[in-house]
Design a protein around this ligand. Structure first.
Ligand SMILES: [Zn+2]
Length: 429
């Protein structure tokens, strides 16, 4: 059995263009590479390699893709461990099979996780195949309108039919364990016996881990029935933990390592918008707030975090909207975890309406043009607002002093103090 840390080292080192290029003639096509697909016969290239995301995908007959390990499995006709060893040899990475060191309980837990990944993978194929059905007309149009043609295919976005048990029926017939499907949150037991689908009439967006395993779903409602939650996320399970799962991490790592930075946004739709614009190092926490567990995972790849808060309508009597309040908290936590932190703030919509990265960043220029401000200076701008009370201001001074101390660089500290003095006295720089 190959450990996760060994798989991570392989994924970090093995360059997908380098590996695929060994088997097929790749041509540059914008930010990607294309070729005639090695897995089906074609004259016009529909096989794409995205170096920044570490992904390949065939938009032709195969409609299949994955990371570099999956490519090696397919092209060399190898199983997963064989492909890992092949890549480890190629890149001179030492990996060891630790099978014999695992206790029976550990092996059982690993097998359970693998079975759950297999169920989610089967579900993904099922939801994708639903898109060809007439019931999916509205969902298909919505997906295309929101994210274009290629991104949804690469990400394996599908659709759960409105019927009560189409998935449960198919999956039971295919022999998957009901107990594990319930734990994955895909089906539920009926009181009178039998099972029904948890997700109905929803666009199914897979949540993946670092290794591209599907660990859960975020599902967007298509019924528009009043009282139905717009997004429904997977329940907590053996493979999905809200407090340490990070949406978009599978696509984000390479670019984050290159730019030394992650962009943190509030929700999955924001990640999908920015990633579909090629800003791949965008991620979201699917719980309410970011946690230390999540930030520590990011530290391996980048030293900076830039937050894009939702611009919520500010209610009368409030200092700032909920999106800003959330980033004030998360920004401090990220600093405690040792990141250098900045903020790109989105303007509130016309007539004091909500805006978020999904609604605002309709193209790359709109994202690029957002000014990136240092977190401490940004926070001080809010905390020292001219209309704030003296108490507000003095409690903010304590907080800011703590943050400046965290920076741990004398020159920077001096710079901060100069700036903060100005903001304190004039409400701005
Ligand atoms: Zn193909």
């Amino acid at each position: 059995m190959i450990s996760n840390s060994d798989i991570e080292r392989i994924l970090d080192r093995a360059d997908i263009v380098d590996v695929v290029g060994q088997f097929v003639q790749l041509q540059r096509a914008g930010v990607r590479y294309k070729a005639c697909c090695p897995f089906h016969s074609e004259d016009t290239p529909s096989f794409m390699v995205d170096q920044a995301r570490g992904l390949w995908y065939c938009f032709g007959a195969c409609k299949e893709g994955g990371n570099v390990i999956k490519f090696v499995q397919k092209i060399n006709n190898m199983n997963f461990p064989e492909a890992c060893h092949w890549l480890a040899d190629k890149y001179g990475i030492d990996i060891e099979d630790k099978n014999e060191k695992k206790s029976p309980d550990e092996l059982k837990a690993i097998r359970k996780r693998e079975s759950m990944f297999a169920i989610n993978s089967y579900a993904a194929d099922f939801f994708i195949s639903n898109l060809d059905k007439p019931e999916a007309d509205a969902a298909r149009a919505k997906i295309k309108q929101r994210w274009g043609e290629q991104y949804p295919q690469e990400q394996g976005i599908g659709y759960a039919l409105p019927s009560w048990s189409s998935f449960a029926d198919a999956a039971l017939k295919a022999g998957y364990s009901t107990e594990l499907m319930v734990e994955c949150g895909l089906i539920r037991q009926r009181k009178e016996g039998g099972y029904y689908d948890f997700y109905r009439d929803r666009i199914m967006i897979p949540i993946r881990d670092r290794f591209r395993n599907i660990i859960g779903w975020t599902a967007r409602d298509m019924s528009e029935v009043e009282g139905t939650p717009k997004y429904l996320n997977s329940c907590q399970s053996e493979i999905y933990d809200k407090s340490d799962s990070i949406f978009g991490i599978d696509n984000a790592i390479r670019q984050a390592a290159k730019e030394e930075k992650f962009y943190c946004v509030e929700g999955a739709p924001d990640v999908m918008r920015l990633q579909s614009l090629g800003i791949n190092n965008t991620i979201a926490s699917l719980g309410a707030a970011w946690t230390k567990k999540q930030f520590y995972q990011l530290k391996k790849y980048a030293t900076s975090i830039c937050f894009l808060p939702d611009a919520d309508a500010v209610k009368p009597g409030e200092q700032y909207g909920t999106g800003i309040a959330a980033v004030i908290k998360s920004g401090q936590l990220a600093m405690e975890c040792g990141f250098s932190v900045s903020v790109k703030e989105i303007p509130v919509g016309d007539g004091n309406t909500k805006n978020d990265p999904d609604s605002y960043c309709t193209n790359r220029t709109r994202f690029k043009d957002l000014e990136e401000v240092d977190f401490i200076t940004w926070y001080a701008g809010y905390a020292f607002k001219a209309d704030g009370t003296t108490e507000d201001k003095s409690s903010a001074v304590t907080k800011i002093a703590q943050m400046v101390a965290m920076v741990g660089d004398d020159v920077k500290e001096q710079m901060y103090l100069e700036q903060l003095k100005k903001i304190y006295n004039h409400g701005k720089l």
